[in-house]
Structures are given as C-alpha cells and as structure tokens.
Write a protein that binds this ligand. Structure first.
Ligand code: AMP
Length: 171
C-alpha cells in the first residue's frame, strides 16, 4: 500500500500558506496504521533501542506503539507546563516567535539509547530541540523516525549528524 495516499492535505491550516498534513486518515485505516508502524520497526531493526521518545502530540501515537512492540520505554516530550515532575526545557524558533518543549529529568538514563519519533519533519527545529533534551540527560540518540518528511524545507540538515528515516517524502 502507498502510505502517502492515506495522508490528507489541508490547505491554509492552521494559517494561510501552510499545507497541513492530516494523518487522521491514515490512523483511521487499520491496515495503513499497521503498515506504517511495521515499516518504522523495519527501518530501525538493526539498532539497539532502550527508549522511544515521542513528541507531543501526534508523535505519541507512533512512539507508543513502537515502544510496545519492542518492549522498551516510551518517553513523552511535552509542551511547557504539562509534565508534573521536575523537567528540563529547550526553546526553539518558530516562524513567528519561539516555543518550548520539556522532558522529565529522569525520563532517560545515562548512556541509554533513544529513538526520537514524530509524525512529521518540517524545518527540524522541534526534532533538534528534543535531541538536545535527550543529550542533556547524557543519553544517546540513535536516530529519528518520522512518518512524513517535507523535503523542500531541508529540516534534515538541522539534524544531519543523526540517522533520519522518513516513510513518506513530500518534495
Ligand atoms: P518543525 O520543527 O518545523 O520540523 O515542525 C515539526 C512539528 O510541527 C511536528 O511536530 C509536526 O507535527 C508539526 N508540523 C509542521 N508542519 C506541519 C505540516 N505541514 N503538517 C502537519 N504538521 C506539521
């Protein structure tokens, strides 16, 4: 099955000029969801992984299933103010202004191998911030996995020293 056909494009959402990649159509198709997760598993089948780090909120979906499949930890990275325990925070640039992401201080342990997972790689600012969070806790990022990559934004360049795997490329 061609997974790109299962993703819906919504023009001018959430604001004019953005083509939003709506993955609810893929999630709503059990066979497509299963194929997406098994392709993600396959891409990292040669790598040892202790924790799957999911980025709020759509990253949680894939990170949760992958962690379950591998029998490893799932670590949520959330927008500021959502996590209840002691956190570390990284701020990153948006088109207008900045945003912050947080992780619990005990979410990953020293030398653990972490896979960063999100639904979509755009400019790479979000993934780069999550990598910094993981590394501040002295854990190691073994790769980043995305369902979709917007190739034209060249977000991959921001995280170029890491292994990056995306199932669907938008040129
Ligand atoms: P970036 O930091 O620019 O790589 O943005 C990645 C984050 O923003 C991911 O968590 C995506 O879910 C979200 N995102 C950015 N652009 C889009 C888009 N065109 N469609 C859907 N989600 C997007």
């Amino acid at each position: 099955m061609n997974l790109s056909e299962k993703i819906r494009s919504i023009p001018d959402f959430p604001k004019k000029g953005i083509i939003f990649k709506d993955i609810t159509t893929l999630l709503g198709d059990g066979a497509a969801l299963r194929q997406a997760v098994s392709e993600m598993k396959e891409r990292f089948s040669d790598v040892e992984i202790d924790a799957v780090v999911g980025i709020e909120s759509r990253g949680f979906i894939f990170a949760g299933i992958l962690a379950h499949e591998w029998g490893v930890a799932m670590v949520p990275v959330r927008k500021s103010g959502k996590l209840p325990y002691q956190t570390i925070r990284e701020t990153y640039a948006l088109e207008y202004g900045t945003d912050s992401l947080e992780m619990h201080v005990d979410a990953v342990k020293k030398d653990q191998k972490a896979l960063v997972v999100d639904d979509l790689l755009a400019t790479g600012g979000t993934a780069a911030a999550v990598i910094r969070l993981v590394e501040r806790l002295d854990a190691r990022v073994v790769g980043c996995c995305f369902l979709i990559e917007l190739d034209f934004l060249q977000g991959r360049k921001k995280i170029e020293s890491y292994r990056v795997e995306s199932l669907v490329h938008v040129e």
